[in-house]
Design a protein around this ligand. Structure first.
Ligand code: FA5
Length: 302
């Protein structure tokens, strides 16, 4: 390029010759550069092809397949059983108000029954994490009143509990609610017995024990005969021969009224059970803490 820019100083008669020669040199250099560059690229490509050769005969890597969580599996089995009996799934919120979780369920502030549910309060006054799925009773009644209701309400509940082999601070519940005309305790017993047979086998025996919940009257706990020892008594049933599976009862008139139903015309029953506790029994898992510990060695067994 210096020769090109110095051309004006070259005597006029030599300029064409010098210019021509300079052009020849320039073209020769450019051609050499292109050739060498191509050779370098070719040799590096050959190097890569040789060193990173793909061996298509190697066996492939098996993709890791996820599975359904055992708590979700149990919930789905429960939905299927109740669907056969005409129940629909109705979902409600995890974050609730004190009003729905307690007040409208006939548990006023300072009522001693509040001690049954150790509650997580948020920094927003009156807003809590639901301690049970029962507040969904009020929501479903207010949505469907005055139609008859037959639903299951699933979901996560939260309690400020001492964590142990049987109790977690978060766990699922499945709530049952039936409201209509002439619904009796006999309907409740028949439905729950039928459920127990579908869940635990044709010969499953059950019993109702009187209990107390502020939102049902009368209230009961339902036990199923221990299917591990057949009622003889073992470590799982703590020697009693029975396993507690749910709380239940006839919907309290005040709760019906809070849902918009006239208790002189309508009646109903409700129940609440714990899918993880049922999964513990079905799979003989000795500790509820495995469910949310996220240890794949536990989860991949289901
Ligand atoms: C209740 O929560 C009532 N709402 C149930 C009910 C509904 C009664 C409708 C009447 C009518 P309880 O606190 O017993 O009741 O809980 C119900 C079920 O939730 C228990 O039987 C158990 O299976 C499960 N459960 C309760 N606490 C825990 C916990 N900390 N960890 C795992 N499961 C739990």
């Amino acid at each position: 390029m210096q020769i090109f820019s110095g051309l004006p100083q070259v005597p006029k008669e030599l300029r064409p010759q010098v210019g021509q020669r300079a052009n020849q040199v320039k073209q020769a250099l450019e051609a050499a550069l292109v050739e060498r560059g191509g050779a370098i690229r070719q040799s590096s490509l050959e190097h890569v092809l040789n060193s990173e050769r793909l061996d298509v005969t190697l066996p492939g890597r098996k993709p890791i397949q996820g599975g359904i969580h055992p708590a979700t599996q149990t919930l789905r089995d429960l939905y299927a059983i109740f669907a056969e009996m005409g129940f629909q799934v109705y979902r409600t919120r995890d974050v609730e108000t004190d009003e729905y979780n307690f007040e409208l369920l006939n548990i006023p502030a300072y009522h001693p029954a509040r001690d049954m549910w150790d509650t997580f309060y948020t920094t927003t006054p009156g807003v809590i994490l639901r301690t049970h799925t029962s507040p969904g009773q009020i929501r479903v009644m207010r949505e469907y009143c005055p139609d008859p209701i037959r639903v299951v309400l699933p979901g996560m509940c939260y309690r400020y509990e001492q964590v142990s082999a049987r109790s977690e601070i978060q766990f699922n519940q499945l709530e049952l609610m039936v409201v209509g005309r002439n619904i009796t305790l006999g309907d409740m017993k028949g439905t729950l017995n039928d459920f127990a047979r579908r869940m635990f086998g044709e010969n499953a025996r059950t019993r109702l024990r009187p209990s107390y919940f502020p939102f049902t009257e009368p209230s009961a706990e339902m036990d199923v005969e221990c299917f591990i020892c057949g009622g003889k008594g073992c470590a799982i049933c703590k020697g009693s021969g029975w396993l507690e599976i749910m709380g239940c009862g006839m919907v309290h008139p005040t709760v019906l009224q809070n849902g918009g139903y006239d208790p002189r015309e309508f009646s109903g029953f409700a129940a609440g059970l714990g899918p993880e506790r049922i999964a513990l029994l079905r799979h003989r898992i000795e500790d509820i803490r495995y469910f949310w510990a996220n240890d794949v060695r536990f989860l991949e067994q289901f």
